[in-house]
Design a binder for this molecule. Structure first.
Ligand SMILES: C[S@@+](CC[C@H](N)C(=O)[O-])C[C@H]1O[C@@H](n2cnc3c(N)ncnc32)[C@H](O)[C@@H]1O
Length: 279
């Protein structure tokens, strides 16, 4: 079991290193794949919800979408621990002429102005805290009374076979591939909805609801290999691997995705939880 500091440093290293680099380099593709989630977060914003905090905002797609939806009277702020991803988000905001603001900081520790936001939202950005109760209590303090939490997280690896196909196929070739640790900070940290509900309860949130959300996603077949070789645990190892290892792993991994390929398109279902709560 890793200590909190070690877990926090591991996340910071990954998102300021290989994972952050891969997300920046594949920003356009990832935003296309996960575009259906943007509307799920942004469309429910009501006219009285003008200050939005986007947690683990990455390269900024959902923060920018919120800023567009809120218009000039609103304030969308994205926070992320990754310097390269925040730099990419700021550059996008500049190009778009967006008023969205971005902060590079750890959302678990950041001294937010108390009671300063109406909505706290996240697309896959809240599963990486080393002390989730502390993090969600910190986020709750940033919300005004009645502020809404709306975040989307992954269900289990078993519910998401597309997301784990690469590691299942590459496992025998990559002994250094880290095992997925249930409940540990990472993509599937909140697969267990009961655990997530008790974290929210312990951090003071009320009206907690966790509903399954199954979202069809697509990417072009031509983008599949790039996706597999740069993202996720296999991608992280392949970024540093020699050419012979890359070739062997790609040969083993690519057929594992055949069930998801429909001509020029790759299709999979993202099995998630839509989590809502109130301050
Ligand atoms: C899977 S990415 C999702 C990015 C973005 N929400 C999107 O949908 O494109 C997870 C993000 O959470 C960020 N993150 C991880 N731990 C964090 C923390 N403690 N505070 C703020 N951001 C964090 C990472 O840097 C990364 O950008």
């Amino acid at each position: 079991m890793k200590g909190n500091n070690e877990a926090a440093e591991e996340q910071s290293r990954a998102w300021n290193g290989p994972s952050g680099r891969a997300w920046v380099e594949n920003q356009q593709q990832l935003d296309e794949v996960f575009r259906p989630f943007e509307a799920l977060l942004v469309e429910p914003l009501s006219s009285s919800q003008t200050r939005v905090l986007d947690v683990g905002c990455g390269t900024g797609a959902t923060t920018l979408a919120a800023a567009r939806r809120l218009g000039a009277a609103g304030q969308a702020t994205g926070i992320d621990i990754s310097e390269p991803m925040i730099a990419a988000a700021q550059e996008r905001a500049r190009r778009e002429g967006s008023q969205a603001r971005f902060i590079c900081a750890n959302a678990q520790e950041q001294a937010f102005e108390p009671a300063s936001v109406d909505v706290i939202m996240s697309r896959f950005g809240v599963m990486f805290f080393d002390d989730p109760v502390k993090a969600f209590a910190n986020l709750r303090r940033a919300g005004v009374s009645g502020a809404a939490l709306r975040c989307i997280v992954w269900r289990s690896p078993a519910d998401n076979p597309f997301m784990t196909a690469a590691e299942r196929a590459a496992g025998p070739l990559l002994p250094e591939l880290p095992a997925r640790r249930p409940d540990a900070p990472g993509q599937f940290a909140f697969a267990n909805a009961d655990r997530f509900a008790s974290i929210l309860l312990d951090s003071g949130w009320t009206e907690i609801e966790i509903q399954p959300l199954d979202v069809p996603c697509t990417l072009p077949e031509t983008a599949l290999l790039r996706y597999v070789t740069q993202l996720g645990p296999v991608g992280r190892i392949l970024q540093e691997a020699d050419e012979a290892t890359r070739t062997r792993v790609v040969e083993a991994v690519r057929p594992a995705f055949d069930p998801y390929v429909y001509g020029a398109e790759v299709r999979f279902t993202a099995a998630c939880w839509m989590v809502t709560a109130l301050v």
